[in-house]
Design a binder for this molecule. Sequence first.
Ligand code: SF4
Length: 109
Amino acid sequence: MEYFLIAVYAFLILLGIGIILGVLLVLFSKIWEVKEDERIKEVEKMLPNFNCGACGKAGCHDMAVAIVKGEVSKLSQCKPGKKDKNYDPIIEYMSSHPDEDGTKHVPTI
Ligand code: SF4
């Protein structure tokens, strides 16, 4: 009976620690949340999303980040991309969505 109580106490202590750490994790993730430029998500949706790495980036998300930052001058870096389905919509989107200071990073095909 004594071992049973010890096991119950141990379980309750571990459960309490787990709950406290879980709450702290959620709290800190909200406090230190990094807001990503919403254009990145939009540009990523317009890419083929094969995540093949043929563009030289780790995947489509990295390519979208580079496009939004103006680090990509030619969209044809994305080999599976199509002019009408991918490149043109991205060019149009980036033309109408400049940086906060008004700088436009519009890549070409
Ligand atoms: S080449 Fe295109 S499809 Fe492949 S990872 Fe790069 S952006 Fe994505």
